[in-house]
Ligand binder design. Structure first.
Ligand code: IVH
Length: 683
């Protein structure tokens, strides 16, 4: 036990440290420590304050719910404070919570019902509806005052702008929406959506989001709602703030009612009445977690009955009737054995930490990107350091921070080399850029990576050309540049070790088929800096042919909606380079002739005029919602599968329609493929 002086110093130090992390987490959306360490600090502070109440100041972080709101948005005072949850980390702590509940209510085991819900990893939002219309949305902020983010929240597909009418109690014939509804829930992002977004961000030279929470928070706190609209955000309601004209007596009814009113149904909520059942469902969720389309970081346990909730009441920061049972962190420590440089297709040198292999969240991690020199400097990662590794869902593992206590005294700060490890050219860094680049366009790594990009799935989609094969073709001099792919011959290929006649033929077929890929894919495949899939689509749509795009001036390019000066300069710069002009000529001479079908206004080339049958369950929304997404894009929907059906869109547990599609040879799409088509058509 500390003496009073030590306790006072420790309290001050902890307060300062926690405030710092609160700012990183709540205001900057850039946490630098894992939740477990944060919680540990918070508990330590709580314990010290309990032992030495004379040093517990009213502004202590233990008395506040979250961070101060940023100044960017208008403030909003919540009519009912938005509370946070206390955490438990093991069965014993959970048992204490359960015993406290039983004791406070003076009831026996099994007399209390709990609702168990997944704890979504996103951003808490309050929605207010008046006469069924969404009038306001706010962030939690410090629990009392949040920020108004109504316009951005309106762009979230899961959030009804208008509630479905609910029957009036005692009146069988009327059905009106509640007069007032204040509902709280989590805005979050699916893992696949986050991966897609991060790919685009990397394409555009922006840093990726470390986890779905930061991505959701970053998207909602955008000043431009168009940005929020372009992000695949979702919403799950979890708590009632207040209501008029709607009587609800427990959490389970609340969840059911929300689904009736038009919110997404929470299929993972369970009602239980024993401690064993809580523990069993925790284990179940822990297993489900790996396969859920979104990130969850624990289970929330809530007393079901609102009357009992009221009797239990709240302590300063959180309710006494609910608790979060956190999952073990998807974070581990390991050692950086080496830092190696990867040279990308645009010449950017990316430092990658090679790690002592470690299991994080059930997956072995051996490598983690360090992004660029600024990131390395910020985190001060050195070879030999012990570091925290974080893996959020399927997202690329990240080095969160160094454990400085374990650093060897002779460890030197890491500097990205001044020469390219692939070709030896002197590297350079442009003033306004984070990346250090190799300027040599003939750099073997750049050629390899640009060919890999050209043949990749979203680009020309040439099957059978993995990294090893491209490397082999380059090493043996069978190709020197991209265009040479089109003059490869079967016999020469078939002679190569590890290929054989069959795969050589397949590969050539696939190369041949790529000649007429759509123009947008071809533009994307060229690997022009700042031109990701979405920009490539805009350019294809606008110009209709590569010749026209080639001839476009910077003014013409910047005049296009969504194309800014940086993209315009990059496109111009690409076509102005003689070597690129030569490459294009060689590709055209080899027979590459990208196809282009003009879109009719308001319709999309993929969906328009096609007939879809939608079957099974989707995390994206109800079947009806999916159908309207298709119809909005010019497609048609039908209930039964026939030869005339263009696509069967099959969600979870699709049943006989999928079988029929297979029998008739009707192509099928799964939810992921469908989402990709949707995202492409959202231009
Ligand atoms: S209930 C008064 N339920 O976790 C109770 N919260 O650490 C308010 N969260 O601020 C919260 N999933 O942002 C509740 N099923 C769930 C949740 C959930 C995620 C978040 C929420 C809250 C934070 C507390």
């Amino acid at each position: 036990m500390k003496n009073a002086r030590e306790a006072q110093t420790a309290i001050l130090r902890l307060k300062e440290e926690i405030e710092h992390h609160n700012r990183r987490y709540y205001e900057l959306d850039e946490p630098v420590i894992d939740d477990e360490s944060y919680d540990r600090m918070m508990r330590e502070l709580q314990e010290l304050e309990r032992a030495y109440p004379e040093f517990a100041s009213p502004d202590s972080p233990t008395k506040r719910v979250g961070g101060k709101p940023l100044d960017l948005f208008e403030k909003w005072t919540h009519t009912v404070p938005m509370l946070s949850l206390a955490n438990v980390f093991n069965g014993a702590e959970l048992a204490e919570f359960h015993q406290r509940v039983l004791k406070s209510l003076d009831v026996e085991e099994r007399e209390v019902e709990y609702v168990l819900e997944p704890k979504m990893d996103g951003l808490a939002i309050e929605l207010e509806y008046e006469n069924g219309l969404l009038v306001r949305a706010s962030t939690r902020g410090d629990g009392k005052v949040g920020e108004l983010v109504t316009e951005n929240v309106r762009t979230v597909g899961d959030i009804p702008l208008k509630l479905n009418p609910a029957p009036v109690p005692g009146d069988l014939f009327s059905s009106v929406p509640p007069k007032y509804l204040n509902v709280r829930g989590e805005i979050f992002m699916n893992i696949a959506g986050l991966e897609n977004l991060n790919r685009q961000r990397l394409d555009n030279g922006e840093p990726p989001f470390a986890n779905p929470r930061n991505a959701a928070a970053g998207s909602i706190r955008q000043l431009d709602s168009k940005v929020a609209a372009s992000r695949p955000l979702r919403f799950m309601p979890y708590a009632l703030g207040d209501a008029l004209g709607l009587t609800l007596s427990n959490q389970m009814d609340f969840l059911g009612k929300m689904a009736e009113l038009g919110f997404r149904k929470n299929d993972l909520a369970r009602r239980v009445n024993s401690f064993e059942a809580i523990e069993a469902y925790y284990e179940e969720l822990l297993e489900l977690r790996e396969n859920l389309p979104f990130e969850i970081d624990g289970m929330v346990i809530k007393v079901n009955d609102f009357g009992l909730q009221k009797r239990l009441g709240n302590i300063a920061k959180s309710p006494r009737w609910a608790i979060a049972y956190k999952f073990p962190a998807q974070e581990k420590t390991t050692v950086v054995e080496d830092i190696q440089i990867q040279v990308g297709r645009t010449g950017a040198l990316t430092p990658v930490a090679h790690l002592r292999p470690v299991q994080v969240g059930g997956v072995e991690v051996r490598r983690a990107t360090l992004h660029n020199q600024d990131e390395i400097r910020r985190k001060d990662v050195r070879v030999g350091d012990t570091v925290w590794i974080r893996r959020a869902g399927d997202v690329i593992p990240e080095v969160v921070r160094v454990v400085p206590e374990n650093r060897a005294p002779d460890a030197l700060p890491y500097e990205i080399p001044t020469t390219c490890p692939s070709c030896g050219s002197n590297t350079m860094r442009e003033e306004d850029e984070a990346a250090v680049r190799c300027p040599n366009r003939d750099c073997p790594s750049q050629i390899l990576e640009s060919i890999r990009h050209y043949v990749s799935k979203g680009a020309m989609d040439i099957d059978g050309l993995g990294k090893k094969t491209v490397e082999m073709l380059l090493e043996r001099g069978l190709i020197v540049s991209l265009a040479d792919l089109y003059s490869l011959k079967t016999d020469l290929l078939a002679e190569q070790e590890g290929l054989g006649e069959k795969s050589a033929e397949k590969l050539l077929n696939s190369i041949e088929n790529s000649k007429t890929r759509p123009l947008n894919r071809f533009i994307f495949a060229l690997g022009i800096r700042h031109v990701g899939e979405h920009t490539a689509e805009i350019l294809a749509e606008e110009f209709g042919s590569l010749e026209k795009l080639q001839a476009a001036t910077e003014e013409e390019l910047t005049a296009i909606h969504e194309i800014g000066a940086v993209v315009a300069a990059s496109v111009r710069g690409f076509f102005a380079e003689p070597r690129n002009a030569r490459l294009l000529e060689a590709l055209f001479n080899a027979g590459v002739a990208p196809s282009f079908v003009e879109k009719t206004q308001g319709e999309d080339s993929f969906f328009s005029g096609k007939t879809f049958v939608v079957t099974g369950g989707f995390s994206l929304g109800s079947r009806r919602e999916i159908e309207s997404l298709i119809k909005e894009r010019g497609g048609k929907c039908s209930a039964s599968v026939s030869r005339k059906t263009d696509f069967v869109l099959a969600g979870e547990a699709p049943g006989s329609k999928l079988k029929k599609a297979r029998d008739l040879g009707v192509p099928t799409l799964n939810e992921k493929e469908f989402t990709e088509k949707l995202e492409r058509s959202n231009s």
